[in-house]
Design a protein around this ligand. Structure first.
Ligand SMILES: Nc1ncnc2c1ncn2[C@@H]1O[C@H](COP(=O)(O)OP(=O)(O)OP(=O)(O)O)[C@@H](O)[C@H]1O
Ligand SMILES: [Mg+2]
Length: 500
């Protein structure tokens, strides 16, 4: 029996100034199906889904929904049809609570007087969150939540529309394996209820676990639709990037000298960190592994002076330094690439050039004006080196695809030319091919004598890249392992040392 079709998109094209984002693309979705949509950064995945959810207008093509041709001219129309989307770039209001964010724009449905309204709303949110087994307090301000928790609010919000189609654009990019598993539970429940889910992810191993079919697009063109059970990840990758990518290579061990460039002694913070000490050598990549909440980002932030330390000393090349703010850190030659690029890494309404020189502005200004020639030149080099997909260096960063925005943050720190670079989840949202490029780049930086701290939740990445792996658990450093002795099992043991 053929599965009942929920929707189909056919012959969809979309052009932005200077960019053909989609060219004659097909996609369809059945009831009770999870259909994955994959492709490299900038392939057009988000654009296609924004067309389906009424955010962008297509130039050509047709949408059929429950057997009828439809136009989806606005997000409201999409919701009326029963189509909701979890955006790749989270779209929540930080100054509103969890409950307020979930029901935003629909407050009137929870009738009663404004005063009681809040209680009602909180109760409705609490019920929904319980139904989805999400541990969140409806009254918390969203701005106080981690990105993972914000992601869960987005998930709850999309389910709350009770529509037929839910589009998830990289829902797991900041989730832990356990959180991902609870999302998969939610997805299985939606499937069982006959809903259709469009699933976008760069974590290809997830596709085998959750998807029924996989559609690959490349450079805005439809490539192929595969049945998950009849394919495998290497096939998907080669369709995505048009070449083979070796996923589990180990680094060639670089010749290291033992000069210690950074020494951290007994750092503690009020909330989490307890007596963290380690050394970073010249030309070394020191990986930081640990579960979400283990304190890796907190350590980076304390180190660069973004958050106060309650104890501890930092030495650079043997001399103690007092780093009280991120700008002190930059002056001392420490760059920090934040895991939250939207909040700390980029100025979205500025162009690529501006963002690339952002951390190095004094070097590119004369009498207070940006020297546009050199700045544009450096930016064009970075675009070529990192294969940033953009019509030119003048494009606004908000118009770039998620993965390409991440590459711009990396370019910004490469341009600053720091001796010590802290990368916090550098490959989040980056496609397999581009990951490979970033790995090569980090290895090259290290072999040129830069020292790198790489915080990553992806163990294969940590194992592949690090000379040594530092593992954290509950705010403490529980072990530092040499690459040759490191494996997933050992790391997990250290990562769960204080947990039951
Ligand atoms: N509003 C916009 N204005 C101009 N160009 C845009 C806009 N939105 C997307 N693009 C361009 O369209 C192309 C496709 O982008 P899209 O965001 O759909 O990629 P994606 O497949 O979702 O990539 P990623 O995996 O990085 O999220 C990119 O070249 C992007 O820069
Ligand atoms: Mg996208």
């Amino acid at each position: 029996m053929a599965a009942a079709q929920l929707l189909s998109l056919s012959g969809v094209s979309k052009e932005f100034p200077g960019v053909k984002a989609l060219n004659n693309v097909h996609f369809d979705l059945n009831k009770g199906e999870v259909h994955a949509l994959v492709g490299e950064n900038g392939a057009g995945k988000s654009t296609l889904m924004k067309i389906l959810s009424g955010i962008y207008k297509k130039d050509t093509g047709e949408i059929t929904y429950l057997g009828k041709h439809v136009d989806v001219n606005s997000p409201i129309e999409a919701h009326h049809l029963g189509i909701s989307i979890i955006h790749q770039e989270l779209n929540l209001m930080p100054h509103l609570t969890v409950a307020e964010n979930i029901f935003i724009g629909r407050e009137d449905r929870l009738k009663v007087r404004p005063f009681l309204n809040k209680t009602r709303q909180n109760m409705a949110a609490a019920e929904l969150l319980a139904e989805l087994s999400l541990k969140l307090d409806p009254k918390t301000l969203v701005g106080d939540l981690t990105i993972a928790k914000q992601q869960m609010v987005e998930i709850a919000k999309s389910v709350s529309y009770r529509g037929e189609v839910i589009i998830m654009d990289e829902p797991t990019s900041s989730l832990t394996p356990a959180e991902t598993e609870s999302l998969f539970e939610i997805i299985r429940t939606l499937k069982a209820a006959g809903k259709g889910v469009v699933y976008i992810s760069h974590r290809l191993e997830e596709l085998e676990q959750i998807s029924d079919r996989i559609t690959v697009i490349r450079d805005g063109e439809y490539v192929k639709t595969l049945i998950t059970k009849e394919t495998n990840i290497p096939e998907v990758i080669s369709l995505m990037v048009g070449r083979k990518v070796d996923q589990d290579q180990r680094p060639e061990l670089r010749s290291q000298n033992s000069d210690v460039v950074l020494k951290v002694e007994g750092i503690s913070t009020r909330n989490l960190l307890k007596d963290v000490s380690f050394e970073l050598k010249r030309g070394e990549i020191l990986g930081f592994a640990g579960l979400m909440g283990s304190g890796r980002t907190e350590l980076a932030r304390a180190l660069i002076g973004a958050d106060p330390k309650t104890a501890g000393k930092v030495f650079l090349k043997g001399e103690e330094v007092k780093i009280k703010s991120p700008s002190d850190a930059v002056k001392s030659g420490i760059g920090y690439l934040s895991e939250d690029r939207k909040r700390f890494g980029l100025l979205l309404i500025q162009n690529v050039t501006f963002n690339v020189i952002l951390a190095s502005i004094p070097g590119f200004t004369r009498f207070g004006f940006v020297k546009s020639g050199p700045a544009a030149g450096i930016t064009r080099d970075a675009i070529a080196q990192l294969k940033i997909r953009t019509p030119s260096e003048k494009q606004l960063v908000k118009n770039l695809s998620g993965g390409n925005q991440q590459k711009v943050v990396i370019a910004k720190w490469l341009t600053r030319n720091c001796d010590i670079l802290i990368f916090d989840e550098p490959t989040r949202g980056i496609d397999v091919g581009a990951k490979d490029e970033i790995y090569k780049l980090l290895t090259k930086l290290a072999s040129e004598g830069k020292s790198i701290i790489m915080i990553s939740s992806e163990l294969p990445e940590v194992l592949r890249m690090s000379d040594r792996v530092a593992v954290m658990c509950e705010g403490r450093l529980t072990g530092i392992i040499n690459n040759k002795d490191a494996d997933q099992h050992t790391i997990m043991q250290y990562a769960t040392k204080y947990r039951d």
